[in-house]
Write a protein that binds this ligand. Structure first.
Ligand code: SAM
Length: 279
């Protein structure tokens, strides 16, 4: 992050979500506020989406990570979970579209400048902050999630689900595992959904140009990707932090699951969406 400045990659992720509504009819992930929160014309979104063909796969991956998260939240709420925490929320609109009313409390946790900028954007877009939403600011690199959430009224003794999309690659391993250790150790029980990527050297050759171009773009925005993981050692580490059930979805197959016409070649590497539950 550029100190004191809002995240620019948050706009990119939100633009992909809006493009998914316009180009794919929201077939994987429907977000009726995606366009409104950006305060952009559809033509602008479409121009950005068609700037590079590789953006199609990124857009669908982003749609999938939200779909996995939304399905996990729906299951968790059906099982009695009443706290949902969106980490590094950016322009995510999940809390504003919640259908659970005051029964489910949402927390949005983000870098202070990004959060202040989002709140301005919400006002400009005329999107009301619902009564069930609490804000907590954090720098994952220098502050502890537990303290920031406690100050916002989070109940560590009650079950919770954490959604952490498009954030892990930007953080140091120390910040990532401190956060996961907190989530995995919560006495009330917890689930987490986050995404990560294989180390670039392990990506299939045909995906490398897309990865390199995207990496260069985010680095130019002052938000370089710095953390990558191998699936098996990551799962091992998560087990050591208290997670007993882990599901890891690879980008190509998960996109094809929701969109059968998406052509998947046999790929063992790429972007991953991970769901885990603590024991
Ligand atoms: C690519 S955006 C993703 C936003 C959102 N989760 C989404 O899917 O649209 C990255 C997010 O991570 C947050 N972030 C990055 N580094 C952070 C840090 N050190 N502390 C807190 N938040 C951070 C940014 O503020 C931004 O909201």
């Amino acid at each position: 992050m550029i100190p004191g400045a809002p995240s620019r990659t948050a706009i990119s992720a939100a633009t992909h979500r809006a493009a998914h509504q316009l180009l794919d009819g929201g077939c994987i992930f429907a977000d009726r506020l995606a366009l409104r929160i950006l305060n952009a014309e559809p033509a602008e979104i479409l121009a950005s989406a068609s700037a590079e063909p590789a953006r199609g796969a990124i857009r669908l991956f982003i749609a999938c990570r939200h779909r996995v998260a939304e399905d996990a939240v729906a299951r968790a709420v059906a099982d009695g979970v009443r706290q949902v925490v969106v980490l590094g929320a950016g322009l995510d609109t999940s809390a504003y579209r919640s259908v659970h009313g005051d029964d489910v409390i949402w927390f949005e946790v983000d870098y202070p400048a990004t959060q202040a900028w989002k709140q301005r954007r919400l006002r400009e877009a005329g999107i009301a902050v619902p009564g069930w939403l609490r804000f907590a600011s954090i720098d994952f690199e220098t502050e502890t999630l537990g303290a920031r959430l406690a100050a916002a009224g989070f109940d560590a003794l009650a079950p919770s689900i954490f959604i952490w999309l498009g954030v892990v690659p930007y953080l140091t391993e120390a910040a990532i595992f401190a956060t996961l250790e907190y989530i995995g150790g919560l006495p009330g029980g917890s689930e987490v959904v986050f995404d990560y990527a294989d180390p670039p050297a392990n990506w299939p050759a045909e995906l490398r140009p897309m990865l390199d171009a995207r990496a260069a773009r985010v680095a130019a925005m002052g938000e370089a990707w710095i953390s990558f993981f191998e699936p098996a050692p990551l799962a091992e580490r998560l087990r050591g932090l208290g997670f007993v059930e882990i599901r890891d979805f690879l980008s190509g197959p998960i996109i094809a699951e929701y969109l059968p016409e998406f052509a998947v070649t046999e790929r063992a590497r790429g972007g991953h969406i991970l769901w885990a539950r603590s024991g």
